[in-house]
Design a protein around this ligand. Sequence first.
Ligand code: FEO
Length: 402
Amino acid sequence: MENIRKITNDLYYIGVQDRNIALFESVYPVENGVSYNSYFLDDDKTVLFDTVDKTKRCQFFENLKALLGSKKLDYMIINHLEPDHSALIKEVVDKYPDVKIVVNQKIKTMLYQFFEFERDIENNFLVIKEGDTISTGRHTFTFVMAPMVHWPEAMVTYDITDKILFSADAFGSFGALSGNIFDDEVEIEEKISEYRRYYTNIVGKYGLQVNNLLNKAKNLEIKMICPLHGLILRKNIGLLVEKYSLWANYIPEIKSTLVLYASVYGNTEAAAEIVAQNLAEFGVKNIKITDVSRVHSSFVLSDAFKYSHLVIASTTYNNDIFVSMDKFLSDMVKHNLQNRTVAIVQNGSWAPKAVDMIKEKLSTLKNTNFIDFDLTIKSALKHNQKEQLTELAKLITKSIKS
Ligand code: FEO
């Protein structure tokens, strides 16, 4: 049976929820699932905005069929060709052979990479460029290119009539929707961490390109955002734009310390806990400690985008940074995280090496400042290192408060 919600007088939510998926993109744990959003407009001409993942094809087609009734599908606007949204394009074209497929040239090229059609569909395409418009009756749509948010072909569609932005992956979030598809039907503050984790891991690397899209969007009056994942925004657009602006410019949300440790027998862990307690004694609030060996890197990266200061405490292993810390730091570099202040604690029973390697790794990131004091542990912290611990906490606190 169909499962549809009305958004406006003529716009409908026909998205689906995936609570079975364990790893989004085979990488990111999604304990609360994910939504694949798709929309349908019942104007003089009918319009489908993107499709959904292939695992949810039955529900999607039941929804589409119920809304179409005896009408034909006139347009299918494709904003993004990643298969979590595009998987059913071919099936839509097969079922509705007269449908006009509205795409940019890059999307068209990529579409032929993903699909083989049994017939020539060239005449189905309506290839648009940025700023082109199409009218479907009451509504007029225009298109804004959004390369690398999240793939190079991505674009967003703006409904000039009702001032709705179909934002593709932008302003999306992890987490399946639970009936409440609008942001004013939930406590948005409880959702921000999953918005952050989605943003930082999916498009965190592409701050420049996200800024380009944000700048273009400034010229549009936006009353509602319909993304391809997560809630439809109609109340908290300002809050999310503000967060996007911070994340895209690699500006920390809070001045505090994220203490990250990788420990084999607990001694580096103990040092991380003591450093955190010392920081608290100096008045630093909202400190967070994470064992990078236990917590998936996507959560740690998300926190690193939030915090201004990082303490990296790692044992030396195979004459290198410990495996799990090395993995996280590589992720941090790959996601281009900038403007962070980093303090390093290293452990090594015979040849502590982690400091040099961590510095080498992170110095490729723009505006990484290292606290000018590295704490070295030989196997375990000793009472005669108390002064060093105090000194490290003092320097971090001074930097936070500066
Ligand atoms: Fe949700 Fe980039 O696809």
